[in-house]
Ligand binder design. Structure first.
Ligand code: 4AD
Ligand code: MG
Length: 472
């Protein structure tokens, strides 16, 4: 359909398959095959077709159409298909088909996640998701990075935050039992304790320290019971890791990368972006004036590609927040009193949306609120961490220069009870040819949210895994 709709030269004969969106006046089939947001209009001269056959042309039915592509007589489309042959491939009972030709709530569509990509909004979102994935691989490929597959089942907790899903090899048939006769879950993965990965970073570091520039792009898992519109239990993460690169280089890379992938969709996905933009504008109109965004979706995307990201240290950010009045109540819900407290999303969004009004890279965070592997600064209390904050999203990227000094890393691990045995291979990197290196993690769904203007992370991944959604 997408090819046919952009044809200048009219093909005499066409042969297409797709799903019926609507069938109007026993004459006009709006057909969609997933290749574009647009339907192609197929005109049936009902006098020439069996009435029983036409009755089967219902919303959701799969059909095969042969006909002639002609200039459209009606408004709204350049071309249409004059149908010569109509074959019903798969019926769709209009009484029970869940996706009616009307507006459905996102909640309802989440319950029908297997069919929601038959709607305009979700097909546009998922095409953009695919396009962004391609743009990401393209960027790294063109910049000398190797794609590395980090393991899904692992014995380590990369973030040291204990938010892991355990993996067990117990098959339910002959599970090992403890003395009380209960299943012995401590036997885990063939006798070893393992979990689903929370991040591929530590393994990516090992590859960066031999291949130079690598990235991972795969599913990661967090057993955090947070019910927010920005968290999933299973999400996809992109993690580049580069040898001999410091924190400033990491910021440059992240900014260039984000701009590049967003530029890619602006240039290649304009139809879907325009559709989502209109959807967003309509949604904005239902909000109170004060909460409405004055920017269109495309403007928001260009805002990122055309502005420099503002680089601000954590300490500067805290000073700004302490001296700011964010709203009518002139208070944040979580007050920033002391240096050393972590920022809440309201603070992040204030910095991006109200104060700097551009994407922000916060760096040099207090060591105690960041992961163990980050490079300690000379002040002894901050680490070379960086978070990128985006408008409407908050944190979209988290990264750091890594601690490359064996003794400092060991001390840090000991201070928070991470055993050296567990990470012996990680420590080896610091024993044999250690060097400055850095990387970051981009939460893919947060990028898709930003790119599509969708406000709930459950609506930008095919089958969201959250405490409520794990059925499909
Ligand atoms: O900040 P995080 O936890 O950092 C890491 O995992 C590092 N190992 C990355 C690295 O340096 N290689 O996660 C990175 C990003 C976050 O900024 C956020 O965008 C996303 O991953 N993220 C989530 N996205 C959806 N659901 C969740 N539960 C997420 N947790 C993190
Ligand atoms: Mg983070």
């Amino acid at each position: 359909v997408s090819e046919l709709l952009t044809q200048d030269i009219v093909f005499p004969e066409v042969d297409i398959k797709g799903w019926v969106r609507t069938f109007r006046a026993n004459r006009f089939i709006a057909l969609n095959d997933g290749s574009t947001i647009n339907n192609i209009q197929c005109v049936v001269d009902f006098e020439n077709f069996d009435a029983a056959l036409l009755k089967r042309v219902t919303t959701g039915a799969a059909v095969h159409i042969k006909g002639n592509l002609v200039e459209s007589q009606g408004k709204g489309q350049k071309v249409e298909i004059q149908v010569n042959e109509l074959i019903i491939l798969g019926d769709s009972d209009p009484e029970t088909y869940p996706i009616q030709p009307k507006k459905h709530s996102f909640e309802f569509l989440r319950e029908n996640a297997h069919l929601r990509t038959r709607t305009n909004t979700f097909s546009a979102v998922m095409r953009l998701r695919s396009s962004l994935s391609f743009a990401i691989h393209k960027y790294f490929n063109e910049n000398g990075f190797y794609y590395m597959h980090s393991p899904i089942i692992t014995g380590s907790d990369a973030e040291g935050a204990g938010e892991m899903f355990k993996v067990t090899s117990l098959d339910g048939k002959n599970p090992p039992l403890n003395q009380e006769g209960e299943i012995d879950y401590s036997q885990d993965f063939f006798g070893k304790e393992t979990n689903l990965t929370v991040s591929g970073q530590l393994e990516a570091e090992t590859y960066a320290m031999s291949l130079g520039k690598v990235y991972t792009f795969g599913p990661t898992f967090r057993a955090e019971n947070s019910n927010t519109s920005r968290h999933l239990a299973e999400f996809w993460m992109i993690e580049p890791e580069v040898a001999f690169m410091d924190l400033a280089g990491n910021m440059d890379l992240a900014e260039d990368f984000m701009k590049s992938v967003i530029t890619y969709i602006i240039e290649n996905n304009s139809e879907d972006l325009e559709f989502l933009d209109t959807r967003l504008q309509n949604e904005e109109k239902t909000k109170p004036q004060a909460e409405r965004s004055s920017m269109t979706l495309i403007e928001k995307l260009k805002f990122v590609t055309e502005n420099n990201f503002k680089r601000v240290s954590y300490t500067e950010a805290i000073d700004i927040l302490r001296n700011s009045k964010p709203n009518k109540k002139k208070k944040f819900k979580y007050l920033i009193n002391e240096w050393g407290t972590d920022l809440q999303s309201e603070h992040e969004r204030f910095l991006v949306e109200k104060h700097f009004k551009c994407p922000v890279i916060l760096f040099d965070y207090p060591a105690n609120i960041k992961a163990f592997y980050m490079r300690l600064n000379e002040d002894g209390k901050t680490v070379r961490a960086m978070d990128i904050l985006f408008p409407g999203i908050g944190e979209i990227v988290g990264g750091a220069q890594r601690e490359e000094r064996l003794d400092v890393l060991k001390q840090k691990m000991a201070s928070i009870n991470i055993s050296e045995e567990e990470l012996w291979w990680y420590l080896d990197l610091r024993k044999f040819g250690t060097a400055v290196h850095s990387g970051f993690g981009l939460g893919f769904e947060r990028l898709v949210m930003f790119a599509t203007g969708m406000s709930n992370i459950r609506d930008v991944i095919p089958y969201p895994r959250t405490p409520q959604n794990a059925e499909f």
